[in-house]
Design a protein around this ligand. Structure first.
Ligand SMILES: [Zn+2]
Length: 222
């Protein structure tokens, strides 16, 4: 084998796998913008993290936070809290969406902490969500990577107009965040209502889902 061939062969070795899905899109994962703000300046003020390992266990917003960037209808802080605008709040109210935890931020008028309370079942195993370093102190993980884009087989939903969340928090340490999952109809309504800078990712029905793995000659982020 010439040096050239050897070099090329080595270069052609796949370093990662990109997975593509083809199937029935049953819901959407909803994302917004990230903002240059923290909900808590000081991690010691947080009551929603484990006092020993500092991993996020839930979300208790700091109601007196000052959010500087007020441009977005839906955004996330560095430390993993969802924030919505007055417009987003009105959309939820007018649409009569149930079980939403919406808390006004008194020093950031017109902005609210946002958390849907109903859980959309996702297939973590089939999707290959990674759990890194389980802690004995509280049972949390130091990092959970990749929110699934596949609905759980045993989770049934009749409506296509809802706002829910993932049952798992994703990301590292004290920056963990749940994902928001909405109905296909809800996604259309949000756009039509004029809610801006929002992004959708497809959530697939596991029935009839085709999973296509493509080997690629470069490193994949995860
Ligand atoms: Zn802990």
């Amino acid at each position: 084998m010439s040096i050239f061939n050897w070099f090329r062969k080595k270069k052609e070795q796949p370093k990662g796998i990109i997975t593509r899905y083809r199937g029935n899109v049953i819901a959407r994962m909803l994302w917004g913008e990230s903002i240059d703000d923290y909900m808590y300046e000081n991690i010691d003020d947080r009551k929603d993290i484990c006092p020993i390992c500092h991993n996020t266990l839930g979300h208790i917003p700091n109601q007196s936070v000052v959010i500087h960037n007020r441009n977005w209808d839906l955004s996330t802080t560095y430390d993993g809290y969802w924030i919505i605008s007055e417009k987003f709040y009105d959309f939820c109210k007018e649409g009569n969406y149930k079980n939403l935890r919406i808390i006004p931020l008194s020093n950031s008028k017109g902005l609210y902490y946002f958390e849907p309370m109903d859980i959309f079942g996702l297939d973590y195993e089939l999707y290959g969500t990674k759990y890194i370093n389980k802690r004995d102190c509280c049972g949390s993980y130091d990092e959970i990577i990749k929110p699934p884009v596949i609905k759980a087989k045993d989770f049934n939903i009749e409506s296509n107009d809802f706002i829910m969340k993932s049952g798992t928090l994703f990301g590292p340490h004290e920056k963990k965040i749940f994902t928001i999952i909405i109905g296909n109809e809800t996604a259309k309504k949000m756009k039509a209502y004029g809610i801006k800078n929002i992004y959708f990712k497809k959530i697939y029905d596991p029935n009839g889902l085709k999973i296509i793995n493509i080997e690629v000659n470069r490193k994949i982020w995860d």
